[in-house]
Ligand binder design. Structure first.
Ligand code: ADP
Length: 183
């Protein structure tokens, strides 16, 4: 199964991605995690990405798209994957479409996790990652609204919205139930 997860920072995409990836048996690919690995390993890509991560801006599309293209050529993605954090812009969705066209496959569904801003901001403040200061968190929410929510229209044909407030397992069950029904 080929899935994309969308949701504001703090909606719990990463947590749900880990559960869904286990249940569905497909690799979880998080662009945020890939960037943080590059930063830790001090690769050239990590050095380019660092200042965007620190401020909550999006890393430029050509950098992100190249990194994802590379990841999707790994053999473990042949039978499916779960993309967490990509695409985040309409141009990135076009990049993904080109990658999938070249591999003659397509997305099965786009899962949107929804939660009110005050809930997600509180969760992120509790998480306390170095880029989780209140200003940066609020900025990432604005970036999400401006740059990522247009994807909801872009993917309206295969979009499945899941309310992401409540116990983690219940949210995962809602997502899995939704996926089991034809979209
Ligand atoms: P969150 O969901 O809390 O924003 P992520 O781990 O998904 O956290 O992303 C952290 C940072 O990594 C983002 O603020 C952004 O700088 C960068 N990033 C992740 N995915 C993308 C992407 N698809 N395009 C550009 N930048 C990205």
């Amino acid at each position: 199964m080929r899935l994309v997860l969308i949701g504001p920072p703090g909606a719990g995409k990463g947590t749900q991605a880990a559960i869904l990836s286990q249940t569905l048996g497909v690799p979880h690919i998080s662009t945020g995690d890939l960037f943080r690995e590059h930063v830790t390993r001090r690769t050239p890509l990590g050095r380019d990405a660092q200042r965007y991560l620190d401020t909550g801006e999006l890393v430029p599309d050509h950098v992100t798209g190249g990194m994802v293209r590379e990841r999707l050529t790994q053999p473990d993605t042949r039978h499916g994957f779960l993309l967490d954090g990509f695409p985040r812009t309409v141009p990135q969705a076009r990049q993904l479409a080109a990658i999938l066209d070249a591999a003659e496959c397509e997305l099965d569904a786009v899962l949107e996790f929804t939660a009110p801003e005050e809930v997600v901001v509180t969760r992120l403040l509790e998480r306390g990652r170095p880029d989780d200061t209140e200003d940066v968190i609020r900025h990432r929410q604005r970036v999400y609204e401006r740059q990522t929510t247009p994807l909801l229209d872009h993917y309206s044909d295969i979009l499945l919205s899941v309310q992401a407030v409540g116990p983690v397992d219940e949210i995962a069950q809602r997502a899995l139930k939704g996926l089991a029904r034809p979209i």
